[in-house]
Design a protein around this ligand. Structure first.
Ligand code: KG4
Ligand code: ZN
Length: 506
């Protein structure tokens, strides 16, 4: 037996074209019916496959490959150079590949092994693989059967704890470039495994639209177009990765402003095409919800998602990642829209939300009595246009009477009227559905009063409230990157003909 401490270090790396002449030599020494070099070539460009080599002193001494078939993985090849066997290289490659499978969120991994290769079967069993069946005559050329072996419940810590080696993973989680241009922020992110932000940029156009009191679609689209290329250069520079490191490109397909969406989608499609990587199509609303999983990656659905943005106000039963049921929504204005309109009435500039939030901090929420629309309706819908009108009427009345409005008091009263109803209904829905977690999202989730009040009231009901970090409440590509990872794990890709949809539903 060789003492392992004396052996040269083994480094695991992505397999590249330049490794193939060494790989093929091991392949021929290992298998009676070896793969051809062409097969390896095509597997290296297959977006659903991933191959790694083990190197010792810069020489390839073994390799392993995985093919992802939605949510499951299949080990397609696995070999160690005959001169380097019994040195633990096979164990290391297998530990590595299975650790990657766990980090990708795969639920099972299977493989085929020659019926007479008992040594390999013992190794697989030590990793928790079990025999699933026999493929008779599978290796026809040598007249041998294949034993199909598999390890299931990969996401169960009891299963993966026996081989999972976080330190082996290094940079192996998939790298996704996300492009978000649905409204008035041009944003890009490069993320690994949906959790690690390698680089991200948000270029806000707020100053461009302020003088119009709202987003002007044509101006937004033109600005996206001007910004995208310089931002991409900056992003790639910040991240210090090359184009060939990117495993997939994700674009927001909707909902949003159609000509703004088109710019980002076209850019993302071009990048995916040029780099030969799969394309992921995203729903902007799912991205907002997904933002919660950056600061709370261990949250597990089901949950009640409460989305409040400039365009949407919704209560969503999140049954699983990717499985949503909208149980209530606004019948007229969105919460953010109401904030922006009231902000405009008070000459606070655009967007009104952050300004109202700031001013309200010094106001009395009970100063002005305002209506709480639909607070007691039987469904989970909201209405905000009546409240907006009540604020306008109040301002006009006071002006007529020559009374100066106390702006902080009005801001605080308006906020309280909006959020009293939002919070009460959400808690009622959580109770009815038996949900213990509420996930806030959308630009309005940045609101100070909302975050404080929500936690207090939810606690009384035994419900936990989560919110994304402030910077990820308003539009950004990082949140889209989290949702992109969920789709990547499912291998849920789109083709280049996929159209943007300004009214896309969850
Ligand atoms: O999610 P978002 O960035 O864009 C949409 O997808 O709509 O949300 C923007 C909205 C705006 O209406 C803005 O006024 C509101 O979020 N908002 C706020 C706050 N910060 C942003 N509303 C209340 N309080 C805030 N602190
Ligand atoms: Zn948004």
């Amino acid at each position: 037996m060789t003492d392992k401490a004396d052996l040269p270090e083994i480094v695991i790396d992505r397999m590249t074209e330049s490794d193939l002449h060494q790989v093929i030599r091991i392949e021929r020494a290992s298998f009676p019916t070896p793969w051809t070099i062409e097969l390896f070539h095509s597997e290296l460009t297959n977006p659903l496959s991933r191959y790694w080599v083990a190197r010792s002193e810069n020489k390839v001494v073994g390799y392993i490959g995985i093919l992802v078939v939605p949510a499951d993985g299949q080990i397609t090849t696995f070999a160690v150079n005959p001169d380097h066997r019994l040195q633990g290289i096979g164990t290391k490659l297998l530990e590595f590949a299975l650790s990657v499978a766990v980090s990708w969120g795969l639920s099972a991994v299977t493989l085929e092994v020659r019926e007479t290769n008992l040594e390999a079967q013992i190794l697989y069993r030590s990793f928790g693989f079990e025999e699933l069946g026999l493929r008779e005559g599978y290796y026809a050329e040598i007249n041998e059967n294949a034993v199909v072996m598999g390890v299931a419940n990969l996401q169960d810590p009891k299963v993966w704890s026996r081989f999972h080696k976080e330190e082996l993973l290094g940079q192996q989680r998939e790298l996704i470039l996300s492009v978000e241009t649905s409204c008035d922020e041009t944003s890009l992110a490069l993320m690994r495994g949906g959790v690690e932000v390698i680089a991200s940029l948000v270029s806000s156009q707020i100053e461009l639209h302020t003088e119009y009191g709202g987003v002007v679609p044509e101006l937004a689209a033109r600005r996206h177009l001007e910004q995208l290329n310089p931002l991409l250069d900056e992003l790639m520079n910040d991240a210090k990765v090359s184009w060939s490191d990117i495993d997939a490109v994700a674009v927001t397909l909707g909902p949003g402003l159609v000509i703004a969406l088109l710019v980002g989608a076209a850019a993302g499609k071009a990048i995916a095409f040029a780099n030969g990587v799969p394309l992921i199509g995203l729903n902007h609303l799912e991205g907002h919800i997904a933002a919660n999983y950056i600061s709370h990656p261990h949250l597990e659905p089901p949950a009640l998602a409460h989305l409040m943005s400039g365009g949407h106000t919704m209560l969503i039963h999140m049954k699983n990642k990717g499985d949503y049921e909208v149980i209530g929504q606004t019948v007229d204005d969105a919460v953010g829209e109401a904030f922006d309109k009231v902000g405009a009435m008070l000459n606070l500039g655009y967007p009104g939300g952050p300004a109202i939030d700031r001013l309200a901090a010094n106001g009395d929420p009970t100063a002005y009595p305002l209506p709480r629309a639909m607070a007691h309706s039987k469904n989970y819908d909201f209405s905000l246009s009546g409240l907006k009108t009540a604020v306008r009427t109040l301002i006009e009345k006071e002006e007529k009477r020559g009374v100066i409005i106390n702006v902080p008091d009005l801001c605080a009263s308006f906020q309280a009227a909006v959020f009293d109803v939002q919070i009460a209904k959400a808690l009622k829905a959580a109770k009815a559905l038996g949900l213990k977690d509420i996930l806030l999202s959308g630009g309005v989730a940045a609101n100070t009063y909302l975050r404080a009040q929500y936690s207090i009231r939810a606690k009384e009901k035994g419900v936990k409230v989560y919110a994304p970090p402030l910077s990820l409440c308003t539009d950004n590509a990082v949140m889209m990157g989290v949702a992109a990872h969920w789709k990547y794990v499912e291998q849920d890709f789109i083709n280049y003909e996929a159209a943007v949809d300004p009214n896309m539903k969850l």
